[in-house]
Ligand binder design. Structure first.
Ligand SMILES: [Fe+2]
Ligand SMILES: [Fe+2]
Length: 233
């Protein structure tokens, strides 16, 4: 398949799966208030930094070949990754400030990641090829997160002040997803790479279900999502 068409198909499919995830996990009857909000927001504070910053940093270092061998054709991607890192640091701080307002520990160093947090990080960052990492973060994770944020806001799961913070963390996602699309258009040019991209999308969504499912079932509804991420279509 032509890589432009392919990139469009991947983002379209991730948007569809992200909407499904949001529908499966976030219930309009749920509200999370006060102290119960703190672990969720600390999880976002941690994931904005660890998932948002470390994977682009890894990709940048993989694309860098040394001072005399800089490939000017990929500088736009390097710049996009730099912008993304700036944005994700800002998002982490936004969540951290809200945690502090609610009386929680706002220091990302003190946060102890859950198994689901670490599984999501592994499925985002622990790949060997730039295209695998960009697929996991920008082409699957960010569409899923954008839909999750949208559902949390639209279903009034959190208070207005927290909604405002989530809104501010969501507005940059479009740029990050477009960066992922550009990487697929440029590098997913053969069938083997395209097959690998679909595999990574599956693997990432499995972890995204566990991550968001855990956030919500720590509120009230245990084990409801245990199988939700594993269906194949
Ligand atoms: Fe972010
Ligand atoms: Fe992002």
């Amino acid at each position: 398949m032509d890589s432009k068409e392919f990139a469009k198909a991947v983002i379209g499919e991730s948007n569809r799966r992200g909407k499904q995830l949001a529908e499966d996990v976030f219930d309009a009857d749920d509200t999370i208030t006060g102290d119960d909000l703190i672990p969720m927001l600390q999880g976002f504070m941690w994931s904005e930094f660890y998932l948002g910053v470390i994977p682009p940093v890894r990709v940048m270092s993989m694309l860098y070949d040394g001072a005399w061998d800089i490939d000017p054709s990929n500088i736009d991607i390097m710049l996009g990754l730099g912008d993304q890192i700036r944005d994700e640091v800002k998002h982490s701080k936004l969540f951290s400030r809200r945690v502090e307002e609610l009386g929680g520990d706002p220091n990302v160093i003190h946060y102890e990641p859950t198994d689901e947090d670490l599984f999501l990080l592994e499925r985002t960052a622990d790949w060997d090829e730039p295209i695998e990492i960009v697929t996991a973060l920008n082409c699957a994770g960010e569409p899923a997160l954008a839909e999750a944020f949208k559902a949390i806001m639209e279903k009034d799961i959190v208070d207005p002040r927290t909604k405002d913070v989530i809104h501010k963390a969501k507005i940059d996602e479009g740029n990050h997803i477009n960066l992922g699309k550009k990487v697929l258009e440029r590098f997913a040019t053969d069938e083997e790479t395209q097959e690998r991209v679909w595999e990574i999308v599956d693997l990432k969504f499995e972890a995204a279900y566990e991550f968001h499912g855990k956030q919500m079932d720590s509120m009230s509804r245990p084990d409801r999502y245990a199988q939700a991420g594993t269906s194949d279509d």
